[in-house]
Design a binder for this molecule. Structure first.
Ligand SMILES: CC(C)(COP(=O)(O)OP(=O)(O)OC[C@H]1O[C@@H](n2cnc3c(N)ncnc32)[C@H](O)[C@@H]1OP(=O)(O)O)[C@@H](O)C(=O)NCCC(=O)NCCS
Length: 191
């Protein structure tokens, strides 16, 4: 990838992600408020994801070429950790819930650096990423908001039409409750 032009949303390939991995993981841990040690642990996982079928990624760059936002996902399917964790939850629901797991794009990561949040970058990254997949639906997981008002990620997902697939789902190894949200694709253009 050549140096990014000013303020641009750009599709990233696997090599681009590998080149900018430290920067992308910095955006991720800063946006999520995770300790920086988490970035080290995620390196291999993110590179592994970038080799999965249907992997698509977009980045948002500022005028200096610094990465401000990143989003990626890939085609979900049996054998993947996330698929099997969600299938466990979906199995406890009616048979119609299984339709969600047929042929979907997993929106795996969506993060905007805190300094750049609140200006619509997240929505533009989300919309751009979802135009790059030809899967008929998209699924994602996000922490439950509990008794707090829904945060920015939740407002974004609701605004763009994501519905509940699972609520208060527990992923193995994480004590926090999560929601799994989904919607059919394509997304209608922003109003
Ligand atoms: C969730 C996240 C990706 C959203 O990105 P963002 O750029 O902050 O958010 P949005 O694109 O939704 O825009 C934010 C606000 O700007 C407003 N806005 C301003 N100008 C806008 C424009 N031109 N277009 C769209 N929205 C605009 C929106 O109305 C929105 O309002 P709201 O959040 O008060 O409801 C980002 O906040 C983030 O990284 N959070 C921490 C990490 C995280 O939670 N990731 C998701 C994990 S599942």
């Amino acid at each position: 990838m050549t140096r990014a032009p000013a303020h641009q949303l750009i599709q990233l390939g696997p090599d681009d992600l590998a080149d900018r991995l430290a920067e992308a993981l910095h955006v991720y841990v800063t946006a999520m408020g995770y300790p920086h040690s988490t970035a080290r642990h995620r390196r291999t996982l993110w590179l592994d994801h970038s080799r999965r079928p249907g992997w698509r990624a977009v980045g948002w760059f500022d005028s200096t070429g610094a990465l401000l936002g990143i989003a990626y996902g890939y085609t979900g399917g049996p054998g993947q950790w996330w698929f099997e964790e969600v299938r466990r939850g979906v199995s406890a629901q009616g048979p119609e819930a299984h339709i969600w797991l047929r042929d979907y794009f997993e929106l795996t990561e969506l993060h905007v650096h805190p300094d750049a949040q609140g200006h619509g970058l997240g929505e533009r990254l989300l919309r751009a990423l979802l135009t790059l997949t030809d899967r008929p639906r998209v699924l994602l997981s996000t922490p439950e908001y509990g008794t707090e008002p829904p945060g920015r990620a939740w407002r974004l997902y609701r605004r763009t039409g994501f519905r509940d697939v699972l609520r208060n789902h527990r992923f193995t190894g994480d004590s926090r409750p999560f929601a799994v949200l989904g919607r059919e694709l394509p997304l209608s253009p922003a109003r």
